[in-house]
Design a protein around this ligand. Structure first.
Ligand SMILES: Cc1cc2nc3c(=O)[nH]c(=O)nc-3n(C[C@H](O)[C@H](O)[C@H](O)COP(=O)(O)OP(=O)(O)OC[C@H]3O[C@@H](n4cnc5c(N)ncnc54)[C@H](O)[C@@H]3O)c2cc1C
Length: 360
């Protein structure tokens, strides 16, 4: 009987889609010794390249169930993966902490109940009398912002992460094919993935990480998997006000559901929208800057210097993400309509465990 390790080295796995989920699966599985091929026709124009990279794990208020388990595992796994990936890009880093703010008294009460009830020392309440909050209120020309800080959560620059994974994959000589898979089928004991250019790739295992398009490759009515597009837009805003220094604000925070990342003294990123469409809505500045009762003057006069969007997939009739073993040697890992960057390590670990069980 072959050893497990021998099985791993001889097992060829095709990963369809090279967003963060496909690339992270490639990393996890290649470190276990598997032979990997990744296929994607457009690896740089996906929702992963649009992401802001916030890692909102430990601040998640529902501390039970699958979503919490995946978040908790990911928050534990991220520092180890970043330390590993720093061999390929020393500048890769998680900026901590993450701050969640609200102007709604009831929401703040919920935050207080959560923080005081969690007995988690990495979570703290930020009241109006704290210096940090005083400065945030002053900058946003209001007095009702308050919230919580999570010392374990933070942000990884998604673009830099994807680039680092590319360096890793190149260094490990992992096969990459810039093509689109149009069909997969199973022969007696192998999978054949056919590309638009009629290349046929044989493998023992196929992992579908191609977001919305995953359902085109399977019998989705039989599998009962439905995905709908959710478009997310983000903007970079230039402000022109000598009184305001955006760098005096925290490095990343969220106010009433909008994520904010100051980039320089007079530039900040705000994201993201949830649009149930594949065409970006026009009034994005209003949608992303109306997060307070009254917009501060400097923000009203701000100008969009850059805007971008990504289309994510949201499962219908089941929770996000969809992670299933569809049949022998066929795994689906998709439906990350939010938090795909955060959840990549825990989801790749789940996939690796499924494969280990399948081969053992
Ligand atoms: C504006 C914005 C901000 C966000 N901010 C955050 C954040 O702060 N934190 C966070 O955790 N998440 C965030 N997200 C969500 C995150 O971006 C997604 O959850 C994540 O990118 C999903 O990754 P994915 O690999 O599943 O999909 P994608 O990145 O979309 O990758 C899917 C890939 O599959 C390929 N593909 C499709 N069909 C085929 C085929 N037939 N053959 C081969 N390849 C195929 C596509 O070309 C694509 O490259 C944000 C998203 C947006 C849009």
């Amino acid at each position: 009987m072959k050893s497990l390790k021998e099985n791993f080295q001889k097992t060829h796995i095709v990963i369809i889609g090279s967003g963060i989920i496909g690339k992270f699966n490639a990393l996890e599985l290649s470190e276990l010794g598997f032979q990997i091929t990744i296929i994607d026709p457009d690896p740089h124009k996906n929702s992963s390249n649009a992401a802001l990279g916030l890692l909102m794990g430990n601040m998640y208020q529902k501390r039970r169930g699958r979503s919490w388990d995946l978040r908790r595992q990911s928050i534990e796994l991220w520092p180890k993966w970043v330390a590993f990936l720093q061999k390929f890009n020393y500048a890769l880093n998680i900026e901590k902490p993450l701050i969640q703010l609200t102007t709604n008294e009831q929401n703040f009460k919920k935050l207080e109940k959560f923080v005081y009830g969690s007995y988690d020392l990495s979570l703290r309440i930020l009241k109006r009398d704290s210096t940090l909050i005083k400065n945030i209120n002053k900058t946003f020309q209001t007095n009702n912002i308050q919230g919580m800080i999570s010392l374990k959560d933070g942000r990884i620059n998604a673009f830099s992460l994807l680039k680092t994974l590319d360096i890793y994959l190149k260094d490990k000589k992992i096969n990459f094919l810039e093509d689109q898979i149009i069909k997969i089928r199973k022969t007696k004991n192998q999978w054949i993935s056919t590309t638009r250019n009629d290349v046929k790739i044989k493998s023992d295992i196929v992992i579908l990480c191609n977001s919305l398009k995953a359902v085109d490759l399977i019998d989705s009515p039989i599998q009962n998997i439905k995905l709908k597009p959710v478009l997310g837009q983000a903007i970079e805003v230039d402000i022109n006000d000598a009184e305001v220094d955006l760098l005096s604000l925290p490095k990343q925070f969220n106010i009433n559901g909008k994520n904010i990342i100051p980039k320089s003294k007079n530039k900040l990123i705000i994201g993201s929208t949830d649009e149930y469409s594949t065409k970006p809505e026009e009034n994005v500045f209003e949608k992303l800057t109306n997060f307070l009762d009254k917009k501060p003057n400097w923000l009203s006069k701000g100008k969009i210097s850059k805007k971008w969007f990504g289309i994510r997939s949201r499962p219908e009739g089941e929770p996000s993400p969809v992670m299933k073993n569809l049949e022998d040697g066929l795994i689906i890992c998709t439906g990350f309509y939010k938090n795909g960057i955060l959840l990549a390590p825990a989801c790749s670990k789940w996939v690796a465990n499924e494969i280990k069980n399948y081969l053992s």
